[in-house]
Write a protein that binds this ligand. Structure first.
Ligand SMILES: [Zn+2]
Length: 491
């Protein structure tokens, strides 16, 4: 039995030996493949474990937690920043030695709005730091990069900025210091934002210290959002609205002899020009200081203060970008007549930011509703696949539609018959207000203002322009507004 069994046992053994003789190479292959897969599985598990714990966006649930975010720069190559039409505004260059440098192809033109990422962060570089240092490149590419010890490619931030408009506006400032901001009223998209004096973000690492030390020029201040300027005659928008709110009519009449006041203080129209007999609409169109000084003296302080608060004075503006200052306005029954008259024509103590004025005219254009200005439109991965997009956000109505309509009529008259008649064209329809804001005791030194908007079909753009020390609004700010509208509507 045993023998037989052994014999019978031998048979399969022989068979098995035969099989084994035939198979050794295939088994070795199998082992290699199995261990290969096992190793890859372990590597992937370690990779994803690491990724989930240290790099995932849920771990950094606060986009402004810069200490954690800056860790990402060790594994992710900072993404690009593009204009709305995909012009490259910032990218990271890696040289043959692996040295990284941030490049801004437009130099100074986008200095404040795009900002920099050396010696701290500013502008879109600051506000989108989180997005630029995340990578949503394909998993395979990221795994391969990781194994090769290369950085993953960061996501691309696409802004709302119009590169051609920004460029034309920058050139059109003719070297004047000041600020310009352009918004799309129906969305709050920032189309253009310039502040001067400026800096070249490409060389910021070499001259940061000298800029930072020079408080006088305040090169890093974004004057579009944080520059506080006397509004000059652009403030007549607020004074006129308060007058209408208190029961005044656009047909009410005023007399101007070129100056107004008593022996202690007089308000003058530009060049002491006498505007004669005129309606409120005409006084607004001519930017008559005498009529508005008279109006100011009739207004109720409490209600005027209330209106200014409704129009976003003395409050943080509803912005989706960081760093802005509050405009300030106050009148009081205790004010002297001289002070009240100055306040009515935008001198006095009132200070505004260009962004605030752009929002105010946007609201007039948009039937009273304000949209929060924003500059980041969407985030894509390096292959152009959308990761995240941002929608317009309403900040509510700051004007009733009746108030918006009344102001729109006044702003239109300024263009058809008043101080901004250089903007009257058949190509598009402009509404606006000029201003020449005194900022020293020398009345000949004025900032040149234009605030307003233009429409062509469904396309709209609101602008606020202030050119420091440039002179009258109609002489410098209005021609710049024309350049901007021409550029925007030609696109
Ligand atoms: Zn006048």
């Amino acid at each position: 039995m045993k023998l037989k069994k052994n014999l019978s046992d031998d048979m399969p053994l022989l068979e098995e030996n035969k099989t084994k003789e035939k198979k050794p190479s295939r088994n070795a292959e199998f082992v290699v493949i199995t261990y290969g897969f096992l190793l890859l599985f372990i590597a992937l598990s370690v990779y994803f474990g690491y990724y989930l714990v240290f790099r995932s966006e849920s771990f950094i649930n606060n986009p402004y937690n810069n200490a954690r975010i800056s860790n990402l720069s060790k594994s992710v190559l900072r993404g690009e920043i593009l204009s709305k039409d995909k012009e490259v505004l910032a990218y990271t260059n890696v040289d043959e030695n692996g040295e990284e440098s941030r490049v801004y192809p437009y130099g100074n033109t986008f200095a404040h709005v795009i900002g920099y990422d050396t010696n701290g962060l500013m502008g879109v570089e600051l506000d989108s730091n989180f997005y630029l240092l995340r990578s949503h490149d394909s998993i395979v590419t990221r795994v391969v990069s990781d194994f090769k010890n290369e950085k993953a490619k960061g996501d691309t931030v696409i802004t709302t900025l119009d590169a051609a408009l920004q460029d034309a506006t920058y050139q059109g400032m003719n070297g004047y210091e000041g600020a310009v901001v352009a918004l799309e009223p129906s969305t709050g998209k920032i189309l253009c934002m310039i502040s001067k004096p400026d800096f070249n973000p490409n060389s910021i690492k070499y001259n940061y210290d000298s800029f930072a030390a020079d408080d006088g020029s305040s090169v890093f201040l974004n004057r579009a959002t944080s520059g506080l300027y006397p509004p000059g005659s652009t403030f007549k928008i607020v004074t006129a609205l308060e007058y209408l709110n208190e029961g005044g009519q656009v047909t009410d009449e005023f007399d101007c002899s070129g100056k107004y006041g008593d022996d202690t203080y007089k308000i003058h129209c530009v060049n002491n020009k006498s505007h004669g007999h005129q309606t409120l609409t005409e006084a607004f169109g001519n930017s008559c200081n005498v009529a508005f000084a008279q109006i100011g003296l009739t207004l109720d302080s409490a209600s005027w203060n209330e209106l200014s608060n409704q129009l976003l004075f003395n409050a943080d503006l509803p912005l989706v970008i960081s760093n802005s200052k509050q405009s300030s306005f106050a009148v009081s029954d205790e004010d002297t007549q001289a002070r009240t008259m100055q306040t009515a024509i935008g001198q006095g103590k009132t200070l505004v930011t260009p962004m605030h004025m752009a929002l105010l005219v946007s609201a007039i254009c948009n039937d009273g509703e304000v949209y929060k200005p924003y500059v980041v439109e969407r985030v894509e991965n390096v292959n152009g696949i959308e990761i995240e997009s941002f929608s317009p956000e309403s900040a509510g109505n700051i004007l009733t539609s009746v108030q918006a309509d009344e102001l729109e009529e006044l702003l239109r008259y300024v263009v058809t018959d008043g101080t901004a008649s250089a903007l009257d064209t058949e190509e598009y329809t402009v509404y606006g207000k000029t201003g020449s804001a005194e900022y020293t005791s020398d009345k000949d030194q004025t900032h040149s203002w234009f605030v307003g908007y233009a429409k062509q079909g469904e396309k709209e753009i609101a602008v606020a322009i202030v050119l420091e020390g440039a002179g009258s609004g109609s002489k410098h700010a209005v021609p710049l507004a024309k350049k901007m509208f021409d550029q925007y509507f030609s696109e």
